[in-house]
Design a protein around this ligand. Structure first.
Ligand code: ASP
Length: 318
């Protein structure tokens, strides 16, 4: 058995590439890195890699992580600037025994020494988004923290190895140096090849309060199906946050176990995800929670076309 599952529709092309690798007896580390790179490289996805939206100083600071579920090797970069593929740097760092999570200049120095590709990650399109948002913020006093989405994945190869990885530009208009859940082990991602893995997207500050990816893996270890584990973890954290703090931020989780069974849960409307396994062609789903249960629906061709059209539509300065 092999399989790969990822947050958001934007992962679909990457998932397809990864499924080719996995179907041809490839490695879960290579497959997941290839899939995440595809998302990082596509400039019209404005929350990951090239084309990602900047922080409040108009700089694109990226977070990414990689974990190997056989060895628990884990590497991460946070608030890194001017490198094309943060996921590859995170994977490279996962081979280090110490110093495997690096931030900002430290991460950039390491990436430079290791010969990773430098690139200005701020696109003209992202600059227009930034300027428009500045104008809106001035005029309407809306909250700047919207327009984010992390690509997070869990992958299983034919040999039983599992990996998990994330990549994101974090929250649009975040403070310089702000780090979300995505590069934080146990919150943005976790994987144990003997059990399964999980990955998160949503409001990092709230996802971290539940160490939610680890919690899902823990529930799967107790015998829960990935779907039940995701629903329980998301509902519990959503409820706790509302009880203690009056509100809960966006929480969306994907998971897969070592048998290739998968699950997804969210507390928002319109969460999409992509999945492919030895038994299932790459498929994009839309999901919503109804009375604590998530209902997944295959995305229609019309929805998929519309999605790309909106992402790539010409953008003008307001
Ligand atoms: N979780 C990410 C962060 O807080 C953003 C997202 O997934 O939308 O940085």
């Amino acid at each position: 058995m092999w399989g790969i599952i990822a947050t958001w529709r934007m992962a679909a092309e990457g998932i397809s590439e990864a499924s080719e690798i996995l179907a041809n007896h490839g490695d879960a580390g290579d497959a997941i890195e290839t899939a995440i790179k595809a998302v990082e490289d596509f400039e019209y996805y404005k929350s990951v890699g090239y084309g990602g939206l900047p922080n409040e100083e108009m700089e694109v600071e990226l977070d990414a992580a990689f974990m190997d579920g056989d060895t628990f090797d884990m590497g991460a970069v946070a608030a890194i600037k001017d490198f094309a593929n943060p996921i590859s740097i995170a994977r490279r760092l996962s081979q280090e025994k110490v110093n495997s999570m690096l931030v900002a200049e430290g991460a950039e120095k390491f990436a430079h020494k290791e010969g990773f590709e430098r690139k200005n990650m701020l696109t003209e399109r992202a600059k227009i988004h930034f300027k428009n948002r500045m104008k809106e913020v001035r005029e309407q006093e809306i909250k700047p923290y919207s327009g984010h989405d992390t690509v997070g994945m869990v992958c299983l190869d034919e040999f039983g190895k599992m990996t998990s990885a994330t990549s994101t530009s974090g929250l649009f208009m975040k403070k310089k140096g702000r780090v979300g859940d995505s590069p934080i082990v146990g919150s943005g991602f976790y994987v144990d090849s003997q059990v399964g893995g999980a990955s998160a997207t949503g409001l990092g500050e709230d996802l971290m309060k539940g160490c939610i990816s680890y919690e899902i893996v823990r529930l799967m270890k107790e015998g829960m199906h990935p779907q039940a584990a995701c629903e329980k973890a998301v509902c519990d954290l959503d409820r706790e946050l509302k009880q203690r703090r009056g509100k809960a931020g966006d929480l969306s989780l994907i998971a897969m176990n070592h048998k290739g069974e998968w699950g997804v849960a969210t507390n928002i409307e319109g969460f999409s995800f992509a999945v492919a396994t030895a038994l299932q062609e790459p498929t994009v789903y839309l999901t919503k929670m109804i009375d604590g249960k998530c209902v997944h629906e295959v995305a229609s061709q019309e929805w998929l076309d519309q999605y790309m059209k909106t992402r790539m539509a010409p953008l003008e300065e307001k």
